[in-house]
Ligand binder design. Structure first.
Ligand code: H79
Length: 417
């Protein structure tokens, strides 16, 4: 296959996801019970036998897959990535290859991944799984370059292949064969994974579901996977990635459920971050940490619903768009585009007096208006070209007041491409 065809096929394969722009990350596991985040087992060096007691207690009777999926939809999120297994090694699905799972080891006895798969299918949301493939504090043979369970297990006696072939690959087979179509697999913390194992796991996923996307954290080898996972909460610079990318982000400062951390991002700040990411051409994967009862904390849900009011009003300027064509960052907000259209996302707290100036658009503007204005009242546009500087300038008259909450979108309709 020639490389142009390969690149076109790859674009087609990732299109549903790059179009989706906004997803829900869910960190849910036994660690919700102690409520100090998903690293508690490591942080407190909890012995496996002690940690397993949380399983005997885990009974999230308020879990309702439809309610979670509805919240994601209400927020304007189009895919869900949920921890099928985090670093603690506990499978949140009915694993046939390891009884340390939510169906066999808890009084709950239900498979939430199965229920989510059904709810997602019905709602048209892509279900995706986070799977910790290298760190596993429950398995005696897992190996990571720094964060191993050194308190229960002798590090010298490890046989990584027992973990790899006895747990990781069989569980991935289960996730990729028993839950319908999986949108993507989200791997994490690949420290120390060999090149051979990196290629093996990617091939394993490809064999089972060729269209399932894989994030770059599957391996430290450059260029692996279908898209780039940025650092946690990292947005980055425009144009620094040649591949599609995604920022995983927390709503407070934690991933797993916690009662301690109450430092929440405001709805305004979340919208600023969302338009910043999509304006740079990326996806935002925004996290919630459900409680041990199986509910998404109200403070998270409230914010997501507020974000959703905005995303629904401004859907046209979000989904299926590409990032800003302008090389530099804009002081007043962000830009997205579609064929024949440019969307200016202006932060209300930087609302300009009288006009906005944008450089570099050669196309004639046929119409300009505020997206939230039901009457689409036309805004005055003046376009100039300064020959000596080869500079195209667009001067757009703006109303005295922003048209939407927190971020207001201006639409420019262009003549030609
Ligand atoms: O799943 C979430 C994190 O649990 C996971 N990635 C996101 C998406 C993650 N794995 N490793 N790391 C993040 C980086 C590890 C940071 C650490 Fe620490 C610093 C481990 C020990 C010191 C953070 C602070 C966790 C415990 C204390």
């Amino acid at each position: 296959m020639n490389s142009i065809k390969a690149a076109a096929d790859q674009d087609l394969k990732t299109k549903w996801w790059t179009d989706a722009r906004f997803g829900m990350f869910i960190h849910w596991g036994l660690y919700a019970i102690p409520a100090k985040g998903e690293w508690i087992m490591y942080a407190e060096r909890t012995p496996v036998q002690e940690y397993e007691k949380w399983a005997a207690q885990f009974n999230p009777t308020k879990f309702n897959a439809n309610a979670w999926v509805k919240l994601a939809k209400d927020a304007g999120m189009r895919y869900i990535v949920i921890t099928a297994k985090h670093h603690d090694g506990f499978a949140m699905f009915h694993s046939r290859s390891d009884t340390y799972n939510i169906v066999d080891a808890t009084p709950f006895g239900r498979d939430p991944m199965l229920e989510l798969a059904e709810a997602c299918k019905e709602a048209g949301i892509a279900l995706c799984f986070y799977y910790s493939h290298v760190i596993d504090w429950h398995h005696p043979d897992s190996m990571h370059k720094e964060h191993n369970n050194t308190w229960d297990y002798n590090q010298e006696e490890k046989q990584f292949s027992k973990y790899w072939h006895g747990k990781v690959k069989p569980q991935l087979t289960e996730l990729l064969t028993e839950y319908g179509r999986v949108g993507l697999l989200w791997f994490d913390t690949a420290g120390g994974l060999s090149e051979e194992n990196s290629r093996d796991i990617v091939q394993h996923v490809r064999n089972l579901q060729p269209d399932c996307l894989i994030n770059s954290r599957v391996s430290h080898i450059m260029g692996m996977g279908d898209y780039v996972s940025k650092g946690d909460n990292e947005i980055g610079m425009s144009g620094e990635d040649t591949r599609p990318w995604e920022t995983p982000m927390t709503l407070n400062q934690s991933w797993g459920y916690t009662t301690k951390d109450q430092v929440w991002k405001s709805t305004e700040s979340l919208l600023h971050k969302l338009v910043n990411v999509i304006g740079k051409g990326g996806n935002l994967l925004l996290n919630v940490g459900p409680s041990p009862e199986g509910t998404i904390p109200e403070l998270s849900a409230d914010r997501l619903r507020e974000v959703g009011e905005w995303t629904h009003r401004n859907a046209e300027a979000i989904y299926g768009t590409t990032g800003s064509p302008f090389p530099c960052e804009l002081t007043w907000g962000a830009v997205t585009t579609k064929p024949g259209r440019v969307y200016l996302h202006i932060h209300n707290d930087k609302w300009p007096e009288h006009e906005v100036r944008v450089h570099g658009i050669r196309n004639r503007i046929t119409r300009a208006y505020m997206l939230a204005d039901p009457n689409q009242r036309e805004l005055k546009v003046v376009q100039t070209y300064e020959v000596s500087l080869d500079l195209y300038t667009l001067i757009l008259e703006v109303p005295s007041q922003p048209s939407d909450t927190h971020v207001s979108v201006l639409v420019l309709e262009l003549a030609g491409e």
